[in-house]
Design a binder for this molecule. Sequence first.
Ligand code: SF4
Ligand code: FES
Length: 233
Amino acid sequence: MKVTFKIQRFIPENDTKPSFKEYVVEAQPNTTILDCLNDIRWHYDETLSFRRSCGHAICGSCAMNINGKNGLACQTHIQDLKSGVITVKPLPSFPIIKDLVVDLDKFYEKFNKIKPYLINDEPVPEKERLQSPEQQKLIEESTTCILCAACTSSCPSFWADDDYLGPSALLKAYRYIFDTRDTAAEERLSIVNDKHGVFRCHTIFNCNEACPKDINITNHIAKLKTALVTTKL
Ligand code: SF4
Ligand code: FES
């Protein structure tokens, strides 16, 4: 069948503002949006830019706005979409570098702020730092994040304050704060207890809607808030 794509284009050297360009491609119901974008780039318009790598919902690089909803192009199939014309835009609220490619530098800076690595200066045990299944369960869901930025881009609190840490960085903070092998929970709680931190979350749930890994991000952020009001820093 023929499928029409309306894709937001912006080439900074030529354009003063973004505009839309239409492309018609041949596709099957189970063809992914990424396959269609590749087809457009390889056969119709080599100037079209977008990020992609794994093609299997693992690397997080193909997040974009598809028919008004953030998601992964490689995980979204034609049959998942209702509208006849498929509108594709870059992730909202990030500066556009070109076409569907956005600038994620500030997103990663916030991520680095919460120290996204295990901190533990205690002597290294002979084998490994063990966790019980219950302790692992506490952080299991949060470890499945692929850093695609779809959640942060869909968050109204981030739209209003681009210094807000955002759901993705807060989820990563949770991942280490609740990791029983880590010893820097208080330090990280102080970092997220900033005016651009966890209490900027107004429990709107857009992040949950956007997450391609179905992580209940809002629930994790709520647990961070509880930890902050019950911990003496
Ligand atoms: S929490 Fe979900 S939406 Fe947010 S960065 Fe991770 S995988 Fe992407
Ligand atoms: S290309 Fe890797 S997540 Fe889509």
